[in-house]
Design a protein around this ligand. Structure first.
Ligand code: MLT
Length: 310
């Protein structure tokens, strides 16, 4: 009987699917690296979210592993190259948290436009301060969306409905699709120079790491507000802090950080920065979706059936 290790928390619906399919399932989270190294050879499948780091070292020790399932989109915590070289399939669940992440992006955009968390914290602390938290409307403003995949597209649709003009940058976005969505296809430079708000929806790759740094912030409209519910590091964090301090960037709403939890709290401490601890996919619906989706695909792999790959 194939053995499955679920090493990060996933919703019970996913666990049940494995059991119903007749597999032996162990749910054990918070392994140390040594614990995982010692036991990984006993399993045919490993299911993770983002906490378990499936490094080349873990993969080298995984003598029986056939498949790694990521209950979520990003596979940046899995050494996909090492897994592939060893013939281990890496699967993700690319659809299940789209709407949750898009909705959080909208919430963060509105929060940074209207200083919602700052006003909340002020009132909770006992103050009644209506002067310090004047924000801006989003209606009639220009939003630059970088990355028009599933999540970027859902964000664009919602912000169009709230009266924004949307500039969209994505190498795979055609003029026809942009027109059908009601967005304007834009170069990165147009996004940089014309946007009142920018939101990024790309994975973190060699191309997108530091995509926005000091030079880009300097060319943005003064008072631009930035959102990131994708991956930390797309905005260079040190340069962003400097641009906020100088007033060039009015504020940022960040759900993701270069290291999580963030080792450097400079950005977090700035009053103009609104933060959440990587909550994009943290809804009941998204967690159920990704757990079920990944379980279905991993079961297919273990049964030798065709499956969707990452
Ligand atoms: C993802 O890649 O699916 C999201 O960032 C959420 C998560 O890490 O669970």
């Amino acid at each position: 009987m194939a053995k499955i290790l679920i090493s990060d928390p996933i919703t019970p619906a996913g666990v049940e699917l494995f059991k119903e399919a007749g597999f032996a399932v162990e749910v054990k989270t918070d392994h140390t690296k040594e614990e995982l190294l010692a036991k990984i050879k006993d399993y045919d499948a490993l299911i993770v979210r983002s906490q378990t780091k499936v490094t080349a070292e873990i993969i080298a020790a995984a003598d029986n592993l056939k498949v790694i399932g990521r209950a979520g989109v990003g596979v940046d915590n899995v050494d996909v190259e090492a897994a592939t070289k060893k013939g281990i399939i890496v699967l993700n669940a690319p659809d299940g948290n789209t709407l949750s992440t898009a909705e959080l992006s909208v919430a963060m955009l509105l929060a940074v436009a209207r200083n919602v968390p700052q006003g909340h914290a002020s009132l909770k602390s006992g103050a009644w301060d209506r002067k310090s938290f004047t924000g801006v409307e989003i209606n009639g403003k220009t939003l630059g969306v970088v990355g028009m995949g599933r999540i970027g597209t859902e964000v664009a649709k919602r912000m169009l409905a709230m009266g924004m003009t949307v500039l969209a940058h994505d190498p795979f976005l055609t003029e026809e699709r942009a027109a059908a969505l009601g967005v304007k296809l834009a170069s990165l430079e147009e996004i940089i120079t014309e946007s009142d708000f920018i939101t990024v929806h790309t994975p973190l790759t060699a191309e997108t790491k530091g995509l926005f740094g000091a030079a880009e912030f300097a060319r943005m409209k003064q008072g631009v507000r930035l959102v990131n519910c994708a991956r930390g590091g797309i905005y260079d964090e040190a340069a962003l802090a400097a641009a906020i301090r100088s007033g060039q960037v009015a504020g940022a709403a960040l759900d993701v950080f270069t290291s999580e939890p963030p080792a450097d709290r400079t950005l977090i401490e700035l009053p103009q920065v609104v933060v959440t601890p990587h909550l994009g996919a943290s809804t009941r619906e998204a967690q159920e979706n990704v757990a079920v989706d990944v379980a279905h695909e991993v079961i297919k792999v273990l049964k030798g059936e065709s499956f969707k790959n990452a």
